[in-house]
Design a protein around this ligand. Structure first.
Ligand SMILES: *[C@@H]1O[C@H](CO)[C@@H](O)[C@H](O)[C@H]1NC(C)=O
Ligand SMILES: *[C@@H]1O[C@H](CO)[C@@H](O)[C@H](O)[C@H]1NC(C)=O
Length: 394
């Protein structure tokens, strides 16, 4: 409002609303504005263009192309349902070059909700087998073929910590210290022994994943932690505060992952105006706040009434890069947080019995909301029989 008043008064004095491309921003330090792109076509078949991310001056710094899958055939890598070399992506690769020429880094997100990629890369128990090599070499070839700037490891299947560590070490050895390596755990997994889906403890991994030639001396540049789907809460600053405090993380290495649209996840969408306030609060709390990453681009901002996804990204960018009038610091830590969960009634019932909210979230996530299966997973079936069913039907 203030700037439109100024614009009326004198165009020359108007605050610049066009953010510059990010050459001036160091891709290896905060602040960052990351977005995932997983949907490359609209329902009507039209392509989702990435060009507005730079043409419209959104301030985007990193784009994560999701999701890359390792399939049974080592040479059958797909980006969603198509080979990255398929003509389906020809124009996308042209846009990726444009983004990169403007200083935006483009990464592959590997894995995600579809399982199998990491078990293949590590063959779980026997790292270094022939099969591993074939899968890994094909991954390296794919990254090289498309001149990708980094990989975001989204491990949503249970692997040993040695699998994650070996993969990080191999990627660093193949691509060097400037190649970006990020990970996308659920937010609660950033706590020591925090519940998550990867099968290992992130603080333990990070303590081992050191490399003196990389920024921070760490193999992982930063973590795109998922603050939704019951794993975290982006509607206030205190959940992020809790991660920083409990996990002893540097804020510049913890980027708050949020939903771009309420339909992009099972729960935990935060409306734009609230989100802007939380980002400002976290900037006030931590001068080197990470900052924000959104899932996912194609329908960003529609829940907030925007017609085009770049508009939502730009609204976030304006806060990330031009924040003024920051609030006073508030380092209050979430105590006993219970973020909205995708299967809320079942989560509440399980929580009442196991006493750990995030274990309930995890069990229902793994069983896709199936309460009886979640009970079994938590070892409750023998003890309690049908008690949970009774609780829920009350
Ligand atoms: C600090 O944050 C907590 C949790 O969000 C809130 O309850 C409290 O009112 C805030 N304190 C101030 C001084 O704003
Ligand atoms: C489980 O959580 C992950 C991470 O947030 C998400 O990708 C996946 O869709 C969730 N699955 C279910 C069934 O909620």
């Amino acid at each position: 409002m203030f700037s439109s008043f100024l614009a009326l008064l004198s165009p020359a004095l108007a605050a610049p609303t066009e953010l510059q491309p990010r050459q001036s921003i160091n891709a290896y330090t905060a602040p960052r504005l990351v977005n995932y792109v997983q949907t490359f076509r609209y329902g009507n078949g039209n392509r989702v263009s990435l060009a507005p991310l730079v043409d419209q001056g959104t301030g985007i710094t990193h784009v994560n192309l999701a999701a890359l899958h390792i399939n049974d055939d080592p040479n059958g890598i797909t980006l969603n349902d198509n080979s990255p070399d398929d003509a389906y992506y020809d124009q996308t690769w042209q846009e990726v070059q444009t983004l990169q020429s403007q200083g935006v880094k483009v990464l592959f997100m590997l894995g995600g909700a579809a399982k199998g990629s990491y078990l293949k890369l590590c063959s779980n128990a026997t790292p270094g087998t022939k099969a591993d090599q074939d899968y890994y070499n094909a991954l390296v070839d794919t990254i090289r073929a498309h001149n990708i700037d980094g990989v975001d490891l989204d491990i949503e299947e249970s692997v040993d910590v040695s699998c994650a560590l070996a993969l990080l070490q191999h990627l660093h050895a193949s691509f060097g210290p400037d190649f970006l390596l990020t990970m996308a755990p659920v937010a609660s997994a950033m706590w020591p022994s925090g519940p998550g889906l990867s099968g290992f403890d992130y603080p333990t991994l990070d303590a081992a994943a050191t490399e003196p030639t990389r920024p921070n001396g760490k193999l992982v540049n930063w973590y795109n932690a998922q603050f939704y789907n019951g794993w975290g809460d982006a509607s206030a600053q205190d959940f992020y505060n809790a991660i920083i405090t409990m996990g002893n993380w540097k804020p510049e290495r913890v980027v708050m992952g949020v939903l771009d649209n309420s339909a992009d996840g099972g729960s935990g969408f935060v409306a734009l105006e609230t989100l802007k306030g939380v980002i400002k609060q976290l900037q006030a709390n931590y001068p080197a706040f990470g900052c924000a990453v959104g899932w996912e681009y194609w329908n960003a901002g529609a829940t907030d009434g925007y017609a085009s996804p770049w508009q939502w990204v730009k609204e976030i960018g304006n806060v990330v890069f031009q924040a003024t009038a920051l609030p006073t610091r508030n380092l209050t830590v979430a105590s006993d947080p219970q973020p909205p969960a995708p299967f809320q009634a079942e989560t509440n019932a399980l929580f009442g019995l196991v006493g750990n909210y995030f274990e309930a979230v995890r069990a229902l996530n793994i069983t896709n909301g199936d309460l009886a299966e979640a009970e079994k997973l938590l070892g409750l079936d023998d003890l309690l029989g049908g008690v949970l069913g009774d609780v829920l039907s009350e």
